[in-house]
Design a binder for this molecule. Structure first.
Ligand SMILES: C[S@@+](CC[C@H](N)C(=O)[O-])C[C@H]1O[C@@H](n2cnc3c(N)ncnc32)[C@H](O)[C@@H]1O
Length: 354
């Protein structure tokens, strides 16, 4: 990213350890700690020898003369990082924020300047990106972004609020694809072991546990903020003894296998671009982790070509296609003779592909 090139412009960073949020190149060069909630980035930084953590350490674990926050798409998530960086920087130290114009660096700097009652010092400004510095003072601080509450409808006709950390998927409301997949759970035979790949704040597996009191679930996500939200939601729904929520990247092996039901709402974006690689990796893990004859329910935008990747490992049917989404039912072990077309005959009818 263009913004990342600016951090090594002369005079931008001091040659002293720093806390770096959402990136690790500066910490790699100057020492300190990188805070990387995405497991893939954490794995990469750790392999490069950087001291990296998923969540911000506490002040007791160390403080710094400089901190660097890379702007994220989610403003709430950026503000959460700014708040943590502020706590880790010593009074009189510097808080740096960098990002591209396309992510709204100018408005973010303006807002932060107002909250801190300071003018930002622009350290570098080129390639449609900038990096600015504020002084860590005692008098003010970035205003923390609160976590949000998402309403989850429960099988009994009641509803429950789910906790969502800033920056996680569907932090404002339950995804429409997730809702559609939840509606199809009622049509499934009761499973014993449920796998939720890319669990987010946990709506799929946690609903399954509420529906089937004898089931257990493993929930996996690459974003540690989703893992924290899912863990908290499992506790508030009273299913923590039947669930395990883990930080995991789709390129890693699934920590358990022999599941009889997998629920997946795969990611299909890398930044602004469509990126199907994490979804493809999830399908590989899914076929490894399901028992023979085990089922998966996968929700996707109707146009996404997931059937091709799945057809070699089992059979498929399109269970529903409505509201712009389709629900793919996949059964491991019996390969499809022809891939599912993605188009059932009519609203809620079913079409077998094999
Ligand atoms: C479309 S969301 C679905 C979330 C949740 N299952 C739901 O239905 O609300 C996809 C999830 O995959 C996670 N994810 C994205 N890339 C990943 C990767 N490479 N490894 C593991 N999880 C990933 C995201 O953090 C996100 O929570």
């Amino acid at each position: 990213m263009a913004a990342d090139e600016l951090i090594f412009d002369p005079g931008v960073l001091k040659d002293e350890a720093l806390c770096e949020f959402q990136g690790y190149r500066a910490a790699e060069r100057h020492g300190g700690v990188a805070i990387l909630p995405w497991r893939a980035a954490w794995l990469e930084a750790t392999a490069a020898g950087v001291a990296a953590v998923g969540s911000a350490p506490s002040r007791e674990e160390g403080s710094f003369r400089q901190g660097l926050v890379h702007l994220q798409k989610s403003r709430a998530a950026t503000w959460r990082d700014l708040g943590h960086a502020w706590q880790l920087i010593e009074t009189g130290g510097r808080l740096l924020i960098c990002g591209g114009n396309e992510l709204g660096i100018r408005s973010a700097v303006k807002r932060l300047g107002q909250e801190l009652g300071q003018e930002a010092r622009v350290l570098a400004n080129r390639r449609h990106a900038r990096i600015v510095a504020f002084e860590r003072t005692e008098t003010s601080a970035p205003k923390p972004a609160p976590a949000s509450q998402i309403t989850l409808s429960l099988p009994q006709g009641t509803s429950q609020a789910l906790h969502a950390e800033p920056g996680v998927f569907s932090a404002k409301r339950l995804d429409l694809g997730t809702e559609l997949l939840l509606e199809t759970l009622a049509e499934q035979p009761p499973p014993q072991r449920v796998l939720d790949l890319g669990c987010g704040i946990g709506p799929l597996a946690l609903s399954a546990l509420l529906r089937w009191p004898d089931a257990r679930a493993l929930l996996l996500d690459g974003d540690i903020r989703a893992v924290a939200s899912g863990t908290r939601n499992a506790e508030s729904l009273g299913v923590e003894s039947r669930s395990r929520v883990e930080w995991w990247d789709a390129e890693e092996a699934c920590p358990e296998d022999e599941f009889d039901l997998a629920l997946v709402n795969p990611p299909f974006h890398g930044g602004k671009e469509v990126d199907l690689r994490p979804a493809q990796a999830m399908f590989t893990r899914l076929t490894e982790a399901l028992s023979r004859g085990g089922r998966a329910l996968i929700v996707a935008n109707r146009t996404l070509p997931y059937e091709r990747s799945l057809s070699a490992a089992g059979s498929m049917e399109i269970l529903r296609a409505e509201r712009g989404y389709k629900i793919i039912g996949f059964t491991r072990g019996r390969a499809s003779s022809t891939p599912a077309s993605g188009r059932p005959r009519g609203g809620r009818s079913r079409s077998r592909s094999s």
